[in-house]
Design a protein around this ligand. Structure first.
Ligand SMILES: [Zn+2]
Length: 52
């Protein structure tokens, strides 16, 4: 069985009927996943600005 994971949050997006165990990475396109990434990148920007 193959599985498709979101490369950002590791959510299982879909499974594939295959003889080999395969893992594919894609994007889940969930709003929650997108917002989490957006928050993380803005936090990184904030911490570099307010480091004095
Ligand atoms: Zn995701």
């Amino acid at each position: 069985m193959g599985v498709i994971l979101c490369k950002h949050c590791m959510t299982v997006i879909d499974t594939i009927d295959s003889e080999k165990v395969t893992t594919y990475y894609s994007d889940c396109h969930e709003l929650e996943c997108f917002e989490k990434r957006a928050r993380q990148s803005s936090q990184a920007a904030d911490s570099s600005e307010s480091s004095d």
